[in-house]
Design a protein around this ligand. Sequence first.
Ligand code: ADE
Length: 246
Amino acid sequence: MRLDVVTIFPEYLEPLNVSLVGKARARGRLDVRVHDLRAWAHDKHNTVDDTPYGGGPGMVMKPEPWGEALDSIIESGEGRPVIVVPTPSGRPFTQELAVELSEKPWLVFTPARYEGIDRRVIEEYGDRLDVREVSIGDYVLAGGEAPVLVMVEAIARLLPGVLGNAESHRDDSFAPGAMADLLEGPVYTKPPEWRGRGIPDVLLSGHHGKIARWRRDEAFRRTVRNRPDLIERADPAAFDKKDREI
Ligand code: ADE
C-alpha cells in the first residue's frame, strides 16, 4: 500500500518510522511518502494560509499550494488514490472504515492546520476522486497530523503480514465476528501472583469452553459499563439469557 501525507509539519509524522508502521515500511508492506506543503508555495515566505472570506477568527489554507501538491502526487503514481481529509467535521473514523481503507492500494492524507482548507479543494478533487472527510472523535485538535498517525496505525495493522500473529486482531474490540459489538475484556500474563493479586481460576483451568464463556461475559460486562450505547445498538440476537443476568 502507498501512503502520501501532505503537511506543513513533516517532522510531526516522524513516528511513522517507529514500531509497527516503521517495520511495515522496512518490510516493504507500506510505501510512506511525507511531503512539505510549503514546497508548493511560491512567494518568498512560502505562504499557505490567508484570512477567511466573510470574516471571523483564524486563517484558512489557500487552495493553490494544495492543488499543486495533489496534482503532482496524483501524477506520480498509477491509478487513483483515495484522499483522506482529517477534519473534526468529517464522518467518524471507525474500525469499519479502517478495514475499508486498508483494502485500497493508495491513500493520500491532507492534514490541515488553522481553520481548515479552502472548500474548493475538497470539491475539485471530490469531482474526480474518492475524497473522505474523516474525524477521529468529538474533540478539536490543533491540526490533522495526530489524526493521520491514528488512522495510519489503525489501517497498517490490518495489512497482511504486518501484525506478527494474524489472529491478534480477531478479538479486537470492534472487530467483526462472534464478539462483534463488544469491547475486549481483561487480559493477564505471568507471574500468577502479583502484589497479592491472582489470576481468575478459570484461565488456569485449561477448559477452553469455560474460558471462552468467561471472556464473553467479561467483554459483555465491560461494554455495559463503558459503552452502553454499543449494547443498545447491537443486534439482540447476539445476546443470550446469561447476558440478561449481567
Ligand atoms: N483536526 C482537528 N481535530 C480533528 C479531529 N477530531 N479529527 C480529525 N481531524 C481533526
